[in-house]
Design a protein around this ligand. Sequence first.
Ligand SMILES: [Fe+2]
Length: 238
Amino acid sequence: MYHAAISHSSAMLALHEDPAFHGLLNPPPDAPGRQFAGDGHGSGSFWLPEFGPDLHAGPEYSAWQTAHRDEVFRRIGADRAVKVSGHNLIFPNFSWLGPVNTMRVWHPRGPGQIEVWAWTFVPKDASPEAKAGMRRGTQRSFSPAGVFETDDGENWTEVQQVLRGWKSRSTEFNVQMGMGFEERDSHGLPGLSNDVYSETAARGFYQRWLDLVDGLPWDEILRRADEAKRSEHAGENR
Ligand SMILES: [Fe+2]
Protein backbone atom coordinates (compact mmCIF):
# COMPACT_ATOMS: atom_id res chain seq x y z
CA MET A 1 0.00 0.00 0.00
CA TYR A 2 2.89 2.33 0.69
CA HIS A 3 3.75 2.97 -2.95
CA ALA A 4 0.56 4.84 -3.84
CA ALA A 5 1.33 8.20 -2.28
CA ILE A 6 4.52 8.50 -4.36
CA SER A 7 3.92 6.41 -7.48
CA HIS A 8 0.42 7.67 -8.24
CA SER A 9 0.51 11.29 -7.07
CA SER A 10 0.81 12.75 -10.56
CA ALA A 11 -1.97 10.53 -11.89
CA MET A 12 -4.29 11.55 -9.08
CA LEU A 13 -3.68 15.22 -9.72
CA ALA A 14 -4.14 14.78 -13.46
CA LEU A 15 -7.35 12.73 -13.25
CA HIS A 16 -9.27 14.38 -10.47
CA GLU A 17 -9.68 18.08 -9.85
CA ASP A 18 -11.68 17.50 -6.67
CA PRO A 19 -9.26 17.65 -3.69
CA ALA A 20 -11.56 15.28 -1.79
CA PHE A 21 -10.52 12.50 -4.15
CA HIS A 22 -6.84 13.09 -3.48
CA GLY A 23 -7.51 12.55 0.21
CA LEU A 24 -9.32 9.26 -0.45
CA LEU A 25 -6.54 7.75 -2.55
CA ASN A 26 -3.65 9.40 -0.79
CA PRO A 27 -4.45 9.19 2.93
CA PRO A 28 -2.09 10.33 5.68
CA PRO A 29 0.15 7.71 7.36
CA ASP A 30 -2.16 7.45 10.36
CA ALA A 31 -5.33 6.95 8.31
CA PRO A 32 -7.33 3.94 9.51
CA GLY A 33 -6.93 0.72 7.56
CA ARG A 34 -5.81 -2.88 7.93
CA GLN A 35 -3.94 -5.54 5.99
CA PHE A 36 -4.89 -9.23 6.24
CA ALA A 37 -3.22 -12.58 5.54
CA GLY A 38 -4.32 -16.20 5.76
CA ASP A 39 -3.57 -19.38 3.76
CA GLY A 40 -1.75 -17.26 1.20
CA HIS A 41 -4.73 -14.98 0.63
CA GLY A 42 -4.20 -11.29 1.28
CA SER A 43 -6.11 -8.03 1.53
CA GLY A 44 -5.27 -4.43 2.34
CA SER A 45 -7.53 -1.40 2.53
CA PHE A 46 -7.78 2.08 3.85
CA TRP A 47 -11.17 2.36 5.45
CA LEU A 48 -13.53 4.59 3.57
CA PRO A 49 -15.01 7.43 5.60
CA GLU A 50 -18.40 6.43 4.24
CA PHE A 51 -19.95 4.15 1.62
CA GLY A 52 -20.07 6.25 -1.56
CA PRO A 53 -20.10 8.56 -3.31
CA ASP A 54 -17.67 7.05 -5.80
CA LEU A 55 -15.76 9.98 -7.26
CA HIS A 56 -13.81 7.72 -9.57
CA ALA A 57 -16.67 6.41 -11.70
CA GLY A 58 -18.70 9.58 -12.06
CA PRO A 59 -22.02 10.92 -10.78
CA GLU A 60 -24.28 8.20 -12.24
CA TYR A 61 -22.39 5.38 -10.54
CA SER A 62 -22.19 7.41 -7.31
CA ALA A 63 -25.96 7.85 -7.40
CA TRP A 64 -26.45 4.09 -7.86
CA GLN A 65 -24.16 3.37 -4.93
CA THR A 66 -25.87 5.85 -2.65
CA ALA A 67 -29.31 4.58 -3.62
CA HIS A 68 -28.29 0.95 -2.88
CA ARG A 69 -26.36 1.64 0.30
CA ASP A 70 -28.84 -0.09 2.63
CA GLU A 71 -29.07 -3.15 0.37
CA VAL A 72 -25.27 -3.49 0.23
CA PHE A 73 -25.02 -3.19 4.01
CA ARG A 74 -27.75 -5.80 4.45
CA ARG A 75 -26.03 -8.27 2.11
CA ILE A 76 -22.39 -7.97 3.20
CA GLY A 77 -22.48 -5.84 6.35
CA ALA A 78 -21.44 -2.24 6.89
CA ASP A 79 -17.92 -3.17 8.02
CA ARG A 80 -17.15 -5.15 4.87
CA ALA A 81 -18.63 -2.40 2.69
CA VAL A 82 -16.23 0.26 3.99
CA LYS A 83 -13.30 -1.82 5.28
CA VAL A 84 -12.63 -4.18 2.36
CA SER A 85 -12.17 -1.75 -0.48
CA GLY A 86 -8.56 -1.90 -1.62
CA HIS A 87 -6.17 -4.64 -2.80
CA ASN A 88 -7.38 -8.24 -2.52
CA LEU A 89 -5.90 -11.60 -3.54
CA ILE A 90 -7.40 -15.07 -3.43
CA PHE A 91 -4.39 -17.38 -3.46
CA PRO A 92 -2.68 -18.00 -5.74
CA ASN A 93 -3.61 -15.82 -8.73
CA PHE A 94 -7.05 -14.17 -8.57
CA SER A 95 -7.20 -10.55 -7.45
CA TRP A 96 -9.37 -7.49 -7.52
CA LEU A 97 -8.98 -3.85 -6.65
CA GLY A 98 -11.57 -1.40 -5.46
CA PRO A 99 -12.95 1.14 -5.81
CA VAL A 100 -11.93 0.98 -9.46
CA ASN A 101 -13.51 -2.48 -9.84
CA THR A 102 -10.73 -4.16 -11.76
CA MET A 103 -10.42 -7.94 -11.49
CA ARG A 104 -7.37 -9.97 -12.52
CA VAL A 105 -6.11 -13.48 -13.17
CA TRP A 106 -2.31 -13.78 -13.23
CA HIS A 107 -0.79 -16.48 -15.46
CA PRO A 108 2.93 -17.19 -15.00
CA ARG A 109 4.50 -17.69 -18.43
CA GLY A 110 8.04 -18.60 -17.39
CA PRO A 111 10.95 -16.91 -15.63
CA GLY A 112 10.51 -13.13 -15.73
CA GLN A 113 7.22 -13.32 -17.62
CA ILE A 114 3.60 -13.13 -16.58
CA GLU A 115 0.37 -12.73 -18.53
CA VAL A 116 -2.42 -10.75 -16.90
CA TRP A 117 -6.07 -11.06 -17.83
CA ALA A 118 -8.04 -8.06 -16.58
CA TRP A 119 -11.73 -7.16 -16.43
CA THR A 120 -13.86 -4.50 -14.86
CA PHE A 121 -17.13 -5.39 -13.18
CA VAL A 122 -20.33 -3.46 -12.60
CA PRO A 123 -23.66 -4.05 -10.83
CA LYS A 124 -25.96 -5.95 -13.17
CA ASP A 125 -28.99 -3.75 -12.54
CA ALA A 126 -27.16 -0.41 -12.74
CA SER A 127 -28.16 2.01 -15.49
CA PRO A 128 -26.18 2.05 -18.77
CA GLU A 129 -24.85 5.49 -17.77
CA ALA A 130 -23.59 4.19 -14.40
CA LYS A 131 -21.95 1.18 -16.06
CA ALA A 132 -20.33 3.42 -18.65
CA GLY A 133 -18.99 5.63 -15.86
CA MET A 134 -17.28 2.69 -14.19
CA ARG A 135 -15.94 1.41 -17.51
CA ARG A 136 -14.53 4.84 -18.34
CA GLY A 137 -13.06 5.25 -14.88
CA THR A 138 -11.33 1.86 -15.05
CA GLN A 139 -10.02 2.50 -18.54
CA ARG A 140 -8.50 5.79 -17.44
CA SER A 141 -6.90 4.29 -14.31
CA PHE A 142 -6.25 0.53 -14.51
CA SER A 143 -6.14 -0.69 -18.10
CA PRO A 144 -3.28 -1.06 -20.61
CA ALA A 145 -3.53 2.70 -21.25
CA GLY A 146 -4.59 3.70 -17.73
CA VAL A 147 -2.33 6.09 -15.89
CA PHE A 148 -2.20 4.10 -12.64
CA GLU A 149 -1.52 0.91 -14.57
CA THR A 150 1.44 2.42 -16.35
CA ASP A 151 2.77 3.77 -13.03
CA ASP A 152 2.63 0.26 -11.55
CA GLY A 153 3.99 -1.36 -14.70
CA GLU A 154 7.13 0.75 -14.40
CA ASN A 155 7.51 -0.19 -10.74
CA TRP A 156 7.14 -3.94 -11.18
CA THR A 157 9.31 -4.07 -14.29
CA GLU A 158 12.12 -2.16 -12.59
CA VAL A 159 11.87 -4.27 -9.42
CA GLN A 160 12.34 -7.39 -11.53
CA GLN A 161 15.25 -5.85 -13.45
CA VAL A 162 17.04 -4.90 -10.25
CA LEU A 163 16.44 -8.32 -8.68
CA ARG A 164 18.29 -9.96 -11.59
CA GLY A 165 21.52 -8.17 -10.69
CA TRP A 166 24.44 -9.86 -8.94
CA LYS A 167 24.17 -7.70 -5.81
CA SER A 168 20.47 -8.37 -5.38
CA ARG A 169 20.89 -12.09 -5.93
CA SER A 170 23.52 -12.26 -3.20
CA THR A 171 21.39 -10.31 -0.70
CA GLU A 172 18.28 -11.39 1.22
CA PHE A 173 15.05 -9.79 0.09
CA ASN A 174 13.67 -7.61 2.88
CA VAL A 175 9.94 -8.03 3.47
CA GLN A 176 9.93 -7.31 7.21
CA MET A 177 7.70 -4.27 7.34
CA GLY A 178 5.35 -4.60 10.34
CA MET A 179 6.76 -8.00 11.32
CA GLY A 180 5.79 -8.86 14.88
CA PHE A 181 2.91 -6.38 14.99
CA GLU A 182 0.26 -8.72 13.59
CA GLU A 183 -2.92 -8.99 15.64
CA ARG A 184 -5.72 -11.53 15.69
CA ASP A 185 -9.42 -10.63 15.59
CA SER A 186 -8.76 -6.94 16.18
CA HIS A 187 -10.49 -3.73 15.09
CA GLY A 188 -13.78 -5.60 14.97
CA LEU A 189 -12.59 -7.81 12.10
CA PRO A 190 -11.75 -11.53 12.10
CA GLY A 191 -8.43 -13.14 11.19
CA LEU A 192 -4.80 -12.11 11.23
CA SER A 193 -4.22 -8.47 10.39
CA ASN A 194 -1.72 -5.67 10.70
CA ASP A 195 -1.46 -1.98 10.01
CA VAL A 196 -2.29 -1.20 6.40
CA TYR A 197 1.31 -0.04 5.92
CA SER A 198 2.96 -3.45 6.40
CA GLU A 199 4.05 -6.50 4.40
CA THR A 200 1.93 -9.05 6.23
CA ALA A 201 0.02 -10.11 3.12
CA ALA A 202 3.21 -10.47 1.05
CA ARG A 203 4.85 -12.62 3.74
CA GLY A 204 1.74 -14.78 3.96
CA PHE A 205 1.67 -15.21 0.17
CA TYR A 206 5.34 -16.23 -0.13
CA GLN A 207 5.18 -18.48 2.95
CA ARG A 208 2.17 -20.35 1.58
CA TRP A 209 3.87 -20.65 -1.81
CA LEU A 210 7.02 -22.01 -0.18
CA ASP A 211 5.03 -24.50 1.90
CA LEU A 212 3.32 -25.84 -1.22
CA VAL A 213 6.42 -26.19 -3.40
CA ASP A 214 8.74 -27.43 -0.64
CA GLY A 215 7.80 -31.10 -1.03
CA LEU A 216 6.11 -31.18 2.38
CA PRO A 217 3.43 -33.78 3.10
CA TRP A 218 -0.07 -32.30 2.93
CA ASP A 219 -0.58 -32.92 6.67
CA GLU A 220 2.46 -30.77 7.44
CA ILE A 221 1.24 -27.99 5.13
CA LEU A 222 -2.11 -27.98 6.90
CA ARG A 223 -0.42 -28.07 10.30
CA ARG A 224 1.69 -25.02 9.44
CA ALA A 225 -1.32 -23.12 8.16
CA ASP A 226 -3.24 -23.98 11.33
CA GLU A 227 -0.32 -22.92 13.50
CA ALA A 228 -0.15 -19.57 11.72
CA LYS A 229 -3.88 -19.04 12.27
CA ARG A 230 -3.58 -19.69 15.99
CA SER A 231 -0.42 -17.65 16.39
CA GLU A 232 -0.73 -14.21 17.96
CA HIS A 233 2.25 -12.93 15.97
CA ALA A 234 2.50 -15.11 12.90
CA GLY A 235 5.23 -12.97 11.38
CA GLU A 236 7.57 -13.83 14.24
CA ASN A 237 6.77 -17.51 14.46
CA ARG A 238 6.97 -18.57 10.84
FE1 LIG B 1 -0.27 1.03 -7.69
